[in-house]
Design a protein around this ligand. Structure first.
Ligand code: ATP
Ligand code: MG
Length: 557
């Protein structure tokens, strides 16, 4: 398929024509018919030991997107070869998150379904004299391995006969030995400059129940042996993984060559996503959850897909972000401001605006007819006429945001202060004439006058004012809760990444009455404040709870 044909991406939209080095490799393979007419087959292979994060989204977009681009297929395969850390809760969450991102797998697979096959492959290697059972302890194996500058030392068990190795391996499987007592190792080259080729461990003993196979097995294959077999068994053509596996590729290739696998898959490495102000490893994220530092895997501050979803990010924004960061061979750190920029761009044309004020200050319009009220039409989205207007109640008693009044204005402060006139969004110009304070000296009320001639939309623009502020009508306003977020991780004193102690701020606010009808998961722009979503987990309480999705101002250049 040529780049100009524009195959469809998630949701039927076009996929990027921008070609990266991986696509260039695939196009070369297709041109040479390397896989003898087989379609491009990729896979996304998470280990079900945690929830997916934004880094995984990059891999998902790349694997599923690449298969779609070349008319191929992508499997979702759970790399569940480690019995101890894995859980079906994670399996379910991963499936949900991949679908939510907008992708559908061709086949749903579990590496543990291939345990019999992997065992047979190991037996084959033993029979060929390419693997042996070793009795060295883990520490001894490490000591024998050598260093980057010195060759390793051969294990004294290296020259066991194939028959003896077969018997011992069968005994390992039968449960005769304790964890760590024996391992199966590849017999490659203890002097190889690539340490991964110095007789790496292929199988280890672990007397542990597995979430899928239960107690059937007490030996489990190591990642470096299991992964090429999983890929090859599924007919994967291009096995895309992150850069740290580059040095493992010779072992990947060795295993398939030793088994004389026809048309083995090609492993291709790319740089993993690193994001500023973010911790991005399942192990660390799990620790935050287990230690109660966050509410759970879906805490809106978490970089997990579940967290970003609850935060209010849409899959469209995440896919856009993954496309913009591209794919490269060199590690770097992406500024989280780019992700936020994508979120803002995604929401800007689609969400409706609402008025919400915090630290409210009461405004009394002394010349507004006593007891009167009206409903003013206010645009729902200033960038998009589609959502039309809503009617917002207005009267002579309002609340404005505490940040929109200063008794003694600083330089360039164009909002309300004594003697100044501002526009109330969608309503009238008001002028502050008097500041009423309570016994403690705190501002309790602002006495203002309005000019009926300045009604928004009436066309009667008699004069200009510099500031426009928003407001809610006092009698009809509802109380809501805002949950506002700062980054989860910040730079510590020595430049290291530390947990931000102030990543969550909870604040009560007053909102225009329309927000009473907000449904869980509904998104809004709170005028002049930011994008918010009605929380899906705290729905149904006395006060509606809204999570801050992202602020309005971009720091992305
Ligand atoms: P973690 O260290 O967060 O547990 P992992 O690499 O161990 O990540 P896996 O479940 O093994 O997690 O990953 C599944 C796939 O996602 C792998 O192909 C892996 O390379 C890819 N992946 C993981 N993290 C990133 C990232 N930050 N950027 C891009 N791809 C990633
Ligand atoms: Mg892993």
């Amino acid at each position: 398929m040529s780049d100009t044909e524009k195959p469809s991406g998630p949701g039927g939209g076009p996929v990027a024509a921008a070609t990266n080095f991986i696509h260039a490799m695939i196009e070369k393979d297709l041109a040479e018919d390397k896989y003898e007419g087989r379609p491009v087959i990729t896979r996304f292979p998470p280990e079900p030991n945690g929830y997916l994060h934004i880094g995984h989204a990059k891999s998902i977009c790349l694997n599923f997107g690449t298969a779609a681009k070349y008319g191929g297929r992508c499997n979702l395969r759970f790399d569940d070869t480690n019995p101890v850390k894995e859980d079906t809760e994670y399996v379910d969450s991963i499936k949900k998150d991949v679908r939510w991102l907008g992708f559908e797998w061709d086949r749903l697979l579990f590496a543990s379904d291939y345990f019999d096959r992997m065992y047979e492959c190991a037996v084959k290697l033993i029979e060929k004299g390419a693997a042996f059972v070793c009795d060295l302890s883990a520490d001894e194996i490490r000591a024998y391995r050598g260093t980057l500058t010195t060759p390793g030392k051969e294990s004294p068990y290296r020259n066991r006969s194939a028959a003896e190795n077969l018997r011992l391996f069968e005994e390992m499987r039968a449960g005769k030995y304790a964890d760590g007592e024996k391992v199966l190792r590849a017999k490659i080259d203890m002097a190889s400059p690539n340490i991964n080729l110095r007789d790496p461990v292929l199988y280890r003993i672990a007397h542990a129940a597995h979430h899928n196979t239960g107690n059937k097995w007490c030996i489990y294959p190591m990642y470096d042996f299991a992964h090429p077999l999983e890929d090859a068994t599924e007919g994967v053509t291009h096995s895309i993984c992150t850069l740290e596996f580059e040095d493992h590729r010779p072992l990947y290739d060795w295993a398939l060559a030793a088994l004389a696998w026809p048309l083995p898959p090609q492993q291709i490495e790319f740089a993993r996503l690193n994001l500023s102000n973010t911790v991005m490893s399942k192990r660390h994220l799990k620790a935050l959850v287990d230690q109660g530092k966050v509410e759970g895997w879906d805490d809106p501050r978490m970089p997990t897909i579940a967290g970003l979803r609850r935060r209010g990010y849409r899959p469209e924004a995440i896919r856009d972000f993954c496309e913009r960061i591209g794919v490269s061979k060199s590690n770097s750190v992406v500024d989280i401001a780019l992700l936020e920029h994508c979120v803002r761009e995604d929401l800007k044309p689609i969400v409706e605006s609402r008025h919400v004020v915090t630290d409210p200050i009461k405004v009394v319009i002394t010349n507004y007819p006593a007891g009167a009220s009206e409903e003013l039409p206010i645009e729902n989205n200033k960038d998009n006429a589609g959502p039309g207007v809503r009617r917002v109640p207005f009267s002579g008693e309002l609340y404005i945001d505490g940040a929109d009044f200063m008794e003694v204005p600083e330089k360039k402060y164009f909002r309300l202060f004594p003697g100044n006139e501002v526009r109330l969004k969608g309503a009238y110009f008001i002028k502050c004439n008097e500041v009423i304070k309570d016994a403690a000296g705190k501002v309790a009320e602002l006495r203002c006058t309005y000019d009926e001639e300045t009604k928004s939309g009436s066309g009667a623009e008699t004069r200009k004012v510099k500031g426009t502020i928003h407001w809610v009508e006092a009698r009809t306003a509802i109380r809501i809760e805002l949950r506002m977020y700062d980054y989860l991780m910040i730079d510590g004193e020595n430049g290291e990444s530390v947990l931000n102690p102030a990543s969550l701020t909870v604040k009560e606010a007053l909102a225009e009455p329309a927000l009473a009808a907000a449904t869980p998961g509904e998104r809004f722009q709170f005028f002049r404040r930011g994008y918010y979503i009605a929380d899906t987990k705290r729905a149904g309480g006395a006060k509606k709870v809204f999570n801050e999705i992202v602020g309005l101002k971009s720091s992305w250049k």
